[in-house]
Design a binder for this molecule. Structure first.
Ligand SMILES: Nc1ncnc2c1ncn2[C@@H]1O[C@H](COP(=O)(O)OP(=O)(O)OP(=O)(O)O)[C@@H](O)[C@H]1O
Ligand SMILES: [Mg+2]
Length: 374
């Protein structure tokens, strides 16, 4: 990717400046009392919201509450009825819709790929529009395929020949290829299965660590919002902004009944997402008896391969990846047939076990720490 940026004629220094700009916490986008009406029907009502640069801001809310409309007003795919939208300090009405769409990346639910163009050309769409020489644009596109975890073999396929997850990765690569500071994503992962979706979410977080773009991500899934968002804007039915804050703020102090209802009853569980599990003892792989049963963790090539008891092998539950959260730890012990959570390193090798009592104690402590009651 580094070489990519330079190929557009940027010096190392300006590239570094740009990276710095992105990570500064100024406003990338500002909605000032923005309203959108279709006839007499108000779909976004008096929206005021400041979206910081270099962060992921998630718009979340039930169907029809105006998330997509709000997103599309940013790059004027939808024109607002009143109020003002500033993009990097400039009213967006001062740029043509055409300019805005070139300078702001956009990833759609169905990836929005052009069916008659090869994957590589889909990724290079914006560079082509900007007259980057074809050879160079393709080289960049190939590089980006690697970045988003796509095999180069797919370069000459057509969108219909990809899985849903692969198509979404192409959509993300295309948005990165535009090199825009701002990327809009409208439910990009809603059409893929939960496993692929979790992968793509991790991928976005990984890419974001590297590129620090301003990402505005629409979803109606509160878990996805918590997972990805540095900030979350909760929209209520009728196009009203119910709350804006960090995931933790929203879970800790929902602004009203609508938000607490939307965040759900298991928000206590969700909050464990923010609690570190670093103080949990990791027990050696051998210590796995429970008072009522003997369990043996099976290991194949260093990786956990299920639990064995009384001659039977039972598939393991979710694994706890080193450095995970208390919620991950709780998931791992609750889903494990033996009651022992399996700790793996980042390469997936089994390195130890979590004891369910330790995890439950830590959860209690966390609650005490937050509420001051046992
Ligand atoms: N072109 C249009 N003409 C009239 N009404 C529209 C138009 N586009 C959207 N709407 C209405 O505006 C409201 C908000 O739509 P929007 O697509 O922004 O919702 P959303 O929050 O993205 O919903 P979803 O989660 O289902 O995607 C809906 O009631 C929708 O029917
Ligand atoms: Mg929508």
């Amino acid at each position: 990717m580094d070489s990519l940026v330079q190929e557009n004629g940027d010096s190392q220094a300006s590239q570094a400046d740009r990276q710095k700009d992105r990570s500064e916490t100024g406003a990338a986008i500002e909605f000032r009392s923005v309203t959108k009406k279709y006839g007499s029907h108000t779909v976004v009502e008096n929206l005021s919201l400041t979206i910081p640069s270099g962060k992921i801001t998630v718009f979340v809310g039930p169907s029809g509450c105006g998330k997509t409309t709000s997103l599309r007003m940013i790059n004027r795919m939808v024109e607002h009825t009143s109020g003002e939208i500033l993009v990097k300090g400039q009213p967006n009405t001062e740029s043509s819709p055409h300019e805005l769409r070139r300078s702001i990346g956009y990833v759609l639910q169905q990836a929005g790929l052009m069916p008659h163009r090869k994957i590589i050309d889909n990724i290079a769409t914006v560079p082509y529009l900007k007259n980057v020489p074809k050879k160079q644009a393709r080289a960049q596109a190939k590089e980006l395929m690697k970045t988003v975890g796509l095999s180069e073999d797919l370069a000459n396929r057509y969108p219909a020949q990809l899985s849903g997850g692969q198509a979404q990765r192409v959509g993300v690569a295309r948005a990165l290829a535009s090199e825009s500071d701002i990327i809009l994503m409208d439910e990009p992962f809603s059409a893929v299965d939960p496993v692929v979706r979790a992968d793509l979410q991790q991928e976005i977080l990984r890419l974001q660590e590297k590129f620090h773009r301003t990402i505005i991500f629409v979803t109606h899934d509160i878990d996805e919002a918590i997972q990805l968002g540095d900030y979350i804007a909760v929209f209520a039915t009728g196009g009203r902004l119910a709350q804006f804050g960090t995931p933790e703020e929203i879970l800790r102090e929902p602004a009203d009944d609508f938000v607490s209802g939307f965040v759900g009853r298991d928000r206590g569980m969700r909050r464990l997402t923010f609690a570190s599990a670093q103080n949990l003892p990791i027990h050696p792989l051998e210590a796995q008896d429970t008072p009522w049963q003997k369990w043996q963790l099976k290991i194949k090539d260093g990786m956990p391969a299920g639990w064995e008891t009384e001659g039977r092998t039972i598939p393991g539950g979710s694994l706890f990846v080193e450095g995970g959260t208390l919620r991950d730890a709780l998931d791992s012990v609750l889903s494990s047939p033996s009651g022992w959570g399996v700790v793996v390193d980042r390469q997936g090798k089994a390195i130890g076990l979590l004891n369910s009592d330790d995890v439950l104690d830590a959860t209690e402590e966390e609650r005490y720490r937050r509420y001051g009651v046992a």
